[in-house]
Design a binder for this molecule. Structure first.
Ligand code: SAM
Length: 215
């Protein structure tokens, strides 16, 4: 009997070690990995609102984990595919994702998807025009993912540049292929001596990754 109780206590302590309470959100609660991973696999290929492909979501997830980023901003939620990848990573780093979407229906669909994926507690989803909301964001940020209106990427970067932490990264989707605004943005950010930029090919749509190397 004593051995059984000791085993139960050990299991509970083990669970508590993995699931550290972090303010109002729980850091990497047991079962979350399996739940989100199942959701993303089950919905793979069924995202129809200009969402990033699965491979590109995985790249975002890996970048956030690699940098141990916590203060994450996304511009362009749509129905929330990339946000879920970012929030899953945030659940592991103890971070949080703020995401902005202008379209009410997409914003509401995203809220539903966040609940289904089990990551709602790691996301602050804002409905509004990023042209107004982004300049007013206080920051600082460790990681920005820009995936809204491509002709505004340079402006978003200018608004956020001073609010990105050292080693933090500003990333942008669709910088290869069909979009000339995306390419123009990369030419622009590559000239910034405080950031170093490379391109993740991913699905082929291209994600630029520009990280602050000096204050
Ligand atoms: C390419 S989709 C985002 C896809 C999303 N990142 C994903 O992977 O699920 C771009 C989104 O940006 C939104 N958008 C465009 N201009 C915007 C603006 N000025 N402010 C906020 N959202 C905007 C669009 O409504 C659209 O849903």
């Amino acid at each position: 009997m004593g051995r059984i109780i000791a085993s139960i206590v050990a299991v509970i302590i083990g669970i508590m070690a993995v699931s550290v309470s972090h303010g109002q959100q729980t850091l990497n609660p047991p079962g979350l990995d399996a739940h989100v991973s199942r959701f993303l696999n089950n919905t793979r290929g069924s995202w129809n609102y200009l969402n990033v492909p699965y491979e590109d979501g995985k790249i975002l997830y890996d970048l956030v984990l690699k940098g141990n980023f916590k203060h994450i901003l996304e511009i362009g939620t749509s129905t929330g595919h990339s946000t879920i990848w970012l929030a899953w990573a945030a659940a592991r780093t103890g971070g949080r994702v703020t995401t902005i979407e202008i379209d009410k229906e997409r914003h509401e669909a995203a809220l539903e998807n966040f609940k289904k994926a089990g990551v709602a507690q790691y996301i602050d989803a804002r409905l509004g025009d990023a042209h107004d909301l982004v300049p007013a964001m206080k920051g600082p940020f460790d990681f920005v993912f820009c995936d809204a209106d491509k002709d505004w990427y340079i402006k978003y970067f200018r608004d956020l540049r001073g609010k990105i932490n050292l080693n933090g990264c500003f990333t942008a989707h669709n910088v290869l292929g069909w979009n000339s605004d995306g390419k123009r943005f990369v030419e622009y950010i590559k000239r910034d001596s405080k950031f170093t930029t490379y391109i993740e090919q991913g699905s082929g749509e291209g994600i630029s990754v520009s990280c602050r190397i000096t204050k």
